[in-house]
Design a binder for this molecule. Structure first.
Ligand SMILES: [Zn+2]
Ligand SMILES: [Zn+2]
Length: 372
């Protein structure tokens, strides 16, 4: 069968790989129907991110822990790609009972057993059942064990714990990102809005391109009183408006100017800028009212990233970060969509056919979904 591989900056290629087989009674084989490009994919497919991180590691500018996620050396080709998909169940090991053959399922991007002490605490991003500390499809060390989902058949370990059926009536393409970017956005606003119902929300958009927009849409769905979306990208600002947020044109150079254009403070903020110098993070933190909470979904590979601790101290600001624990949140995202409260579809700016995937997944646009 064919697997789409990252073979160098700006280059993807189909490679012939062996078809996977069931290896354990808890395995499933699935066929990806719709694959979404994660915001992180977009970064390493199109820019020489691996090279930049390698140079940063050599000069001690980059935190070596980055290799847990990005592999060592980081993003070195070839990498079997794809880690967000809705798939059809093809075959089940004899101990799998929660899903059936033919069912549509979301495949979480993190391989997690659901039973180890870490999974039991809900930290499915760091399941200890495998040999790796971070165990994903489609990038990082896990890609060489589990492959990517931009292929014909994927073996999913721990299928009962992993696979989440897609409710009837929910469009396959609309929830193709439910493996990763949608639950990542959900955690950034759902918890804070549960603690502060009806609060105002600021999303600082940027390199976590779709996550910021999903966060704005989910904040609206969960009853935020106001949702402002600040970014420098016109395409994303237009989508933000479409999903019900107020678009605010950002300023690339200085957080203080962007802060002035916002002209107010918020109870909840989301940093989706993933701006390596931390300017978007600073904006998200300094824009909070006293007692506010900021969730950063950004990845900051530098050994040190500036954080305005003095203002956070004075105003009692909480900063949350960390890899999302996708599996636990996927059913909640699917429920919002099934109930008609959330429509992720407007965030998809390019819907491509399977035969066009090699080209489409490199497109300079917000969100790509490839579907059969
Ligand atoms: Zn991802
Ligand atoms: Zn586990």
């Amino acid at each position: 069968m064919k697997q789409l591989m990252f073979v160098g900056t700006g280059k993807l290629a189909w490679h012939e790989v062996p078809e996977p087989e069931l290896q354990a009674p808890r395995d499933a084989l699935v066929r990806p129907l719709a694959v979404a490009r994660c915001d992180l994919d977009s970064a390493f497919f199109r820019r020489p991110l691996g090279r930049a991180l390698q140079l940063g590691l050599a000069s001690h500018m980059v935190d070596p822990v980055v290799c847990d996620i990005a592999d060592d050396p980081p993003y070195a080709p070839p990498i079997p790609i794809g880690h967000e998909c809705v798939a059809e169940v093809l075959e089940l090991g004899r101990e799998v009972s929660h899903v059936r053959v033919g069912e549509r399922v979301v495949v979480p991007f993190q391989v997690a057993c659901g039973h180890c002490p870490t999974c039991a605490r809900g930290v499915t991003s760091r399941c200890t059942a495998g040999a790796l500390s971070v165990n994903n499809f489609g990038f990082g060390p896990g890609a060489h064990v589990h492959g990517g989902v931009m292929t014909d058949i994927v073996r999913v370990p721990f299928a009962d714990a992993m696979l989440v059926p897609v409710p009837d009536g929910v469009d396959t393409v609309a929830v193709a990102s439910a493996s990763d970017n949608l639950p990542d956005a959900y955690r950034a606003v759902a918890g804070p809005l549960r603690e502060r119902p009806g609060a105002s929300v600021l999303v600082v958009g940027g390199n976590a391109k779709s996550v910021g927009l999903y966060a704005a849409a989910i904040a609206k769905a969960l009853g935020a009183s106001e949702v402002d979306y600040c970014d420098v990208d016109d395409e994303r600002l237009a989508i933000a408006q479409h999903v019900g947020a107020r678009p605010v044109q950002g300023r690339r150079a200085r957080w203080s100017r962007a802060f002035r254009s916002l002209g107010r403070r918020y109870t909840i903020s989301v940093d989706a800028s993933s701006d390596v110098q931390g300017r978007g993070l600073e904006l998200a933190l300094r824009s909070l009212e006293p007692g506010g909470v900021c969730t950063s979904v950004g990845i900051y590979p530098r050994a040190r990233t500036p954080v305005p601790l003095m203002q956070m101290y004075v105003d009692g600001i909480t900063l949350r970060t960390g890899i999302t624990n996708a599996r636990a949140l996927i059913p909640r995202v699917l429920s919002l969509v099934a109930e008609g409260r959330l429509d992720p579809a407007p965030v998809t700016t390019l819907l491509a056919t399977w035969s066009d995937a090699q080209r489409a997944l490199l497109a300079q646009t917000t969100k790509v979904v490839v579907a059969r």
